[in-house]
Write a protein that binds this ligand. Structure first.
Ligand SMILES: [Zn+2]
Ligand SMILES: [Zn+2]
Length: 546
């Protein structure tokens, strides 16, 4: 039996839950403040070690990453040394929960849920990437004719290209922030338009402007950040606060159009805070430990050769070697060219791998890095029986190998502070179980959160150098060139408000896996096996509301 006939789900993609609470508390975010006061509030947790890529796929399938196999847009093909681009909507075999709701005859609107594909035949409407951080498919809709209607009525999101950009000036940051704010406002209009149009059972909208601003502008918010420049921050204002404020305003306007019988869910998915970690030095660390071998891997290299990509790769390596006297006057022109090429490379959908992977002879290495984001690096072990040229035997040899690499990584310290640079090394198979486990990294290297990392791609590049040392690796050092100053964390925030739900706190942490079974239980719709559990605190209140 259905416990409610209407659910409105609104999310701040990668919204930082501590900042949301703080700014709700001081009145900056009055609408979220009101939700917090009226609602049932709980902490949420995304997937340990794999939250950068797996958060949204696990949200909409209710499955742990080993059951759906998605952790990054570029993944290793199991049984090969080849990387391929993974399209989550096509690659993930399990259908999202809204397909089951739709099949049960409910009217559904799914707008901009990140990393999802189009659900053909959905009983309602869907938009994929009208304004999302991750550009996988480009803007698509269900039904297809909806696309033209949306574009004619609302245009495109003002931020046309990927949010990554190098060498932004104060003005660039200011204009970037304003584009995001305009995007939020336009998205609110679009949301209200479609919310008013249909008699929806489940309606979802995700604001990803919080994701983009968090990656690009953390240093404008956080005075402790190495790239924080008070003059620039004075000019731009706290871009994160301003974008969150815009989203709060949008939520307020949308909620004015929600009918009184609607259960509202607010989710800040997987947080963002200062960038950390030595991911960009991991291949060198593995080389020093005699685990990874330098060299062009035939298969991995083949796909990375194109003139555009070679120029792009130059910026990662060659630029740093040029003397400053030559570099300074050239910088604006070079950065312009760099951004242009970077966006071209992305839009052409090339399989661009960072040198940390493309310069490793994967076949002849005992292990090598995979792409898994910066705060937690992923490592693949070249395992006999799984990889074609496996060098480590399963069983005792594998266990010994894992123990040793764990010990070696944990013994590396930061040159300046003598703090360990690695916080933990975890085996993925201890965390997750499922038939797609071979698609995931074998080891997850969590970097120390206390060591703040700057970027060479931001103003004077302060704090971008990391120097680390251990007996086994000697000194390994280098500069982080990636432009992002904020990176993800797994924590999030949930608020549920509506008839029957009493204000209060959920005294435990809710998993991101729990949403799919909660929604299906609210509507009394059966979905196949999921790893999450329905959020009983909410369901109990709905059951006994009368
Ligand atoms: Zn992100
Ligand atoms: Zn973005």
């Amino acid at each position: 039996m259905a416990l409610s006939s209407k659910v409105l789900f609104l999310a701040m993609d990668a919204g930082n839950q501590s900042l949301i609470r703080e700014w709700a508390g001081d009145g900056t975010l009055p609408n979220i403040r009101s939700l917090l006061a009226r609602g049932l509030v709980g902490k949420t947790m995304s997937l340990d070690g794999l939250y950068e890529g797996a958060t949204w796929p696990s949200f909409y399938t209710g499955l742990n990453p080993a059951q759906h196999g998605f952790h990054s847009l570029k993944q290793l093909k199991p049984g090969t040394y080849e990387f391929c681009r993974r399209y989550p909507g096509d690659f993930i075999r399990r259908e999202p929960f809204w397909n089951y709701l739709s099949a049960a005859g409910l009217r559904i609107a799914i707008l901009d849920i990140p990393l999802s594909g189009i659900s053909k035949g959905l009983n309602g409407i869907q938009m994929v990437e009208w304004g999302s951080h991750d550009g996988v498919y480009g803007f698509r809709t269900w039904p297809p004719r909806l696309k033209l209607e949306v574009l004619t009525r609302f245009g495109r999101h003002p931020l046309r290209i990927s949010c990554d950009s190098y060498g932004r000036t104060a003005r660039d940051f200011y204009s970037f922030k304003n584009k995001l704010i305009k995007g939020v406002q336009r998205k609110a209009e679009l949301t209200i338009h479609y919310l008013k149009k249909g008699n929806w059972s489940f309606f979802a909208q995700v604001f990803s402007e919080s994701h983009c601003v968090g990656h690009q502008c953390w240093h404008l918010h956080d005075p402790r950040h190495p790239n924080h420049d008070p003059e620039i921050a004075d000019y731009t204002g706290d871009a994160i606060r301003d974008v969150y404020k815009a989203i709060d305003g949008a939520i307020g306007k949308i909620l004015e159009h929600a009918t009184s019988d609607t259960i509202i869910f607010f989710l800040a998915s997987h947080s963002i805070a200062h960038n950390i970690g030595g991911n960009f030095l991991l291949s060198e660390i593995l080389e020093r430990l005699n685990l990874a071998k330098k060299g062009r891997n035939g298969i991995a290299a083949k796909k990375t050769q194109s003139p555009v990509k070679n120029i792009y790769a130059f910026f990662g390596r060659g630029w740093q070697k040029i003397p400053t006297t030559i570099k300074t006057p050239l910088k604006p022109a070079v950065l312009f060219l760099h951004n242009l090429i970077m966006h071209r490379v992305r839009s052409e959908d090339f399989l661009l791998l960072p040198p940390s992977i493309s310069n490793i002879d994967l076949k002849n290495s005992k292990c090598f890095p995979l792409l898994n984001g910066n705060p937690v690096s992923g490592i693949r072990i070249n395992l006999s029986g799984r990889e074609p040229n496996g060098l480590i035997k399963p069983g005792a040899e594998l266990n010994g190998f894992c123990d040793e690499i764990t010990k070696d990584l944990l013994s590396i310290v930061d040159w300046e502070t003598a703090q360990p640079v690695v916080k933990s090394v975890k085996k993925t198979c201890k965390l997750y179980h499922g038939e797609y486990i071979d698609h995931l990294p074998d080891l997850l290297i969590e970097w120390n959160d206390e060591i703040l990392l700057g970027s060479l791609g931001i103003s004077d590049g302060k704090g971008s150098r990391l120097r680390m040392v251990s007996e086994k690796i000697g000194v390994v050092e280098g500069a982080n060139t990636y432009c992002r100053t904020g990176e993800h964390r797994p924590e999030g925030l949930l608020i549920a408000v509506g008839p029957g739900i009493k204000a209060g706190r959920i005294e435990r942490t809710v998993s991101i896996l729990d949403f799919a079974p909660t929604f299906s239980d609210i509507f009394g719709v059966k979905i196949p096996y999921v790893d999450g559990n329905p959020i009983s605190e909410i369901l109990e209140m709905l059951k006994y509301k009368r």
